[in-house]
Design a protein around this ligand. Structure first.
Ligand code: FMN
Length: 329
């Protein structure tokens, strides 16, 4: 039986598995990336960093390049419209310990697009080629491209962008199988993905809507060598282990809802250590809903959580919720 799960070779770097954590701004920071490594991810991607902001030495962007030895293999992502600024940013990411550096050409956020970066680059593939070529020249670590299969649902850009990436020296391409107009919703376009896999000489990492092993299998069946999971990992960082065991036909113990909330409490504690109490708790509030999915009285617990201002309040609320949930079992 083809389990699909195998090591992933990206240029000179080999990841232990081909299940990848997607970059998600505001979410895939050091504490969450470490958790996903523990949860079985073969590669974790950091939130995108602005090449332009790094040129101005923005303290926030510099902090985003900081890494921990527990979060490897690590891919750092850079966005920008200026090839030499992107190349400089890649050098800084390499110095900070990135194993792989990804260039973003798929982000649909207006502010990013206004600066000429993100998915608007898909309109000018020659610009993507120029940026990738400069990035590849600037560092020793492999450079990859993350983009989308189309801008508007109808025109399939995936084979063209795959060729551009490989001809420009990229070591892999991640294809988010949704059109830019669909942002993050709707089913992935597996036919577009498959057409890119047919022309690819570099690994295609398929992304979009993976929530379980069946979804991952459908992506692998397009010919993709790896799959990337975004929101499916928020609230369930052991999804990587779950998919690995399921696709290998092995038994495994699923993570219970109580264990997920215990994990979340641990993550809030790590966030507080990393950012300080105020920012650590405020970042945790963005994802609390994901962690409480399926949990007894989730809406009420969430409501109380978003009003928390201290770690002691967070602990009190979550430990009480865990106790009440266990009493119901
Ligand atoms: C909150 C959020 C932030 C994101 N930030 C980034 C980012 O920084 N860089 C990037 O390439 N994609 C970003 N994405 C897109 C994801 O990497 C991924 O392509 C998308 O969520 C689809 O995968 P999924 O359906 O598994 O979530 C973001 C998505 C979300 C939901």
């Amino acid at each position: 039986m083809n389990s699909f799960i195998k090591p992933l070779k990206i240029g000179s770097f080999t990841c232990p598995s081909n299940l990848v954590l997607a970059p998600m701004a505001g979410i895939t920071d050091t504490p969450f990336r470490i958790l996903c490594i523990k949860g079985g991810a073969g590669l974790v991607c950091a939130e995108m960093v602005s090449a332009a902001a790094l040129q101005f030495n923005s303290p926030k962007s510099i902090k985003m390049l900081k890494t921990d030895k527990a979060e490897h293999p690590l891919c750092m992502q850079v966005f920008g419209a200026n090839a030499s600024a992107v190349a400089d940013a890649c050098k800084r990411a390499e110095q900070q310990g990135a194993d792989i550096i990804d260039i973003n050409a798929g982000c649909p956020v207006k502010k990013v697009n206004k600066s000429g970066a993100g998915c608007v680059l898909m309109k000018t593939p020659e610009k993507i080629a120029e940026i990738l070529t400069a990035a590849v020249k600037s560092v020793k670590v492999p450079i990859t491209l993350k983009t989308r299969v189309s801008l508007n649902r109808t025109e399939n850009l995936a084979p063209l962008l795959t060729k551009i990436a490989q001809d420009s020296g990229a070591a892999a391409i991640t294809l988010h199988a949704r059109a830019a107009v669909d942002v993050h919703s709707g089913p992935p376009n597996l036919a577009f993905l498959e057409s890119a896999c047919k022309v690819a000489k570099i690994p295609v990492i398929a992304n979009g809507g993976i929530l379980n092993a069946q979804d991952a299998k459908a992506m692998f069946e397009t010919g993709a060598q790896a799959v990337m999971i975004g929101r499916g990992a928020i609230g369930n960082p052991f999804i990587f282990t779950e998919i690995t065991h399921t696709l290998k036909g092995e038994n495994f113990q699923t993570v219970s809802n109580t264990q997920k909330v215990e994990m979340f409490l641990n993550l809030v504690e790590e966030n507080v250590k990393f950012y300080g109490e105020r920012t650590g708790i405020s970042r945790s509030k963005k994802t609390v809903g994901y962690w409480l999915r399926g949990f007894a009285d989730a809406a009420c617990v969430r409501e109380k959580f978003v009003r928390c201002e201290s770690l002691s309040q967070v602990k009190e609320i979550l430990l009480k919720a865990i106790k009440e949930n266990n009493n119901l079992l």
